[in-house]
Design a protein around this ligand. Structure first.
Ligand code: ATP
Length: 361
């Protein structure tokens, strides 16, 4: 277990592309950190700088208080699992897992003990004699993870380790990775573009976009207190609804409805009069009908999706659209005119110019 500090880390590739800007983060011992963001936002570059596989252009990287910018991957004592895991096809599961230790010349009986322990953690005990081609994708990925955790390093780095698995295997492996983390206690950094993986695995999530950190926080903080439109829209499925508008007489329009924002803006009301804002609400924050202490909106139903535990209802009002997540028993008909309400405390407002949040919940 190690503490990691990244101070003003930048990456400028030799072609001049500035891929990571002033990345700052302190990671506590044993923490599970997830880097999340769309393709190309700099997640893998940051992870590779931590691993020692990519040079740090500027800034300081410290492990347990010691600057390690110049150290190679081996000396940093990190283990890494990549999205494409290359197992040795002619070697058994046992030999694949043992490979790193065999190379280091570790005694056979120690290897045997460590492989058996690792296989137990990963549920691979009964597959140790098999070849990789005799395993499922999920089992192969577990062997790849086994190869890394057997090294007993303090830092475990994973770059989209589940991306080659099907949806069901991903869910199973996700739970297993959480379990492995509990058992090994290793400080872990996990890269994904999948917000569900981030939410379910992380102690803290780092949301990145275009090489910049947008927000760092617990899954709860990111979900309930997003700092900007990007984070608000990235975390949550279906995503938060956004309605753009200009504040007039303390309200904005949603189609033909006038949404009174004075109770939400409070003392800020004067300041935002005449300004462009973004009104946000999560699909699950809505209630059908007219409610007290809520913003009320009229709309027409375009499409419904019955998902069992809830229904996604796609609605339209003039140029505005939204997705409402509601009780499946209340699913309206297509083309039906409906009214819904969003409690004031579940309304988010953002400055349309800066896209930063105006009012926190
Ligand atoms: P993905 O989810 O697609 O893997 P990512 O967030 O991990 O994306 P990176 O691989 O870190 O993104 O890449 C960040 C940016 O840096 C991208 O725009 C990429 O094109 C660029 N980049 C990556 N490697 C190099 C390189 N060797 N030279 C120049 N630019 C690079």
């Amino acid at each position: 277990m190690s503490t990691l500090e990244l101070k003003n880390i930048n990456k400028i590739y030799p072609n001049g592309f500035h891929a990571v800007h002033d990345f700052n983060l302190t990671i506590d011992r044993g923490e599970f950190i997830v880097f999340v963001g769309p393709s190309g936002c700099g997640k893998s570059t940051t992870l590779r700088m931590i691993a020692g596989l990519e040079e740090i252009s500027s800034g300081d990287f410290l492990i347990d208080g010691k600057r390690v910018n110049e150290l190679g991957p081996r000396e940093r004592e990190v283990a890494m699992v990549f999205q494409s895991y290359a197992l040795y096809p002619q070697m058994t599961v046992f030999d694949n897992i043992a490979f790193g230790l065999t190379l280091q010349g570790v005694d056979d009986d120690v290897i045997e003990k460590r492989v058996m322990k690792t296989a137990k953690i990963l549920g691979l005990t009964e597959y140790l004699d098999r070849l990789p081609r005799e395993l499922s994708g999920g089992q192969r990925q577990r062997v790849a993870i086994g190869r890394s955790i057997i090294r007993k390093v303090g830092i475990f780095l994973m770059d989209e380790p589940l991306s080659n698995l099907d949806a069901k295997q991903r869910v199973t492996m996700r739970a297993e990775i959480a379990q492995i983390h509990r058992e090994t206690g290793a400080t872990t950094i996990y890269v994904t573009h999948d917000q569900t993986e981030a939410m379910t695995l992380a102690d803290r999530i780092v949301v990145m976009k275009d090489g910049y950190v947008q927000q760092i926080g617990t899954p709860y903080e990111l979900y309930f207190d997003p700092v900007n439109v990007f984070v608000a829209g990235f975390i949550g499925e279906p995503p938060m609804n956004f309605v753009r508008g200009q504040v007039e007489n303390g309200g904005i329009s949603f189609g033909a409805s006038r949404v009174d924002l004075t109770p939400v803006l409070g003392e800020e009301r004067e300041k935002w009069e005449g300004k462009k804002i973004i009104f946000g609400f999560r699909p699950e924050a809505v209630e059908l009908g007219t409610r007290e202490n809520s913003c009320r909106m009229d709309c027409r139903v375009e499409l419904t999706e019955m998902l069992g535990d809830n229904s996604n209802v796609y609605v339209v009002a003039g140029e505005d659209r939204a997705i409402l997540k509601i009780d499946p028993h209340d699913t309206p008909e297509i083309d039906q005119d409906i009214t819904f309400s969003v409690p004031y405390e579940r309304v988010y407002l953002f400055d349309a110019e800066t896209e930063q949040v105006i009012r926190r919940r």
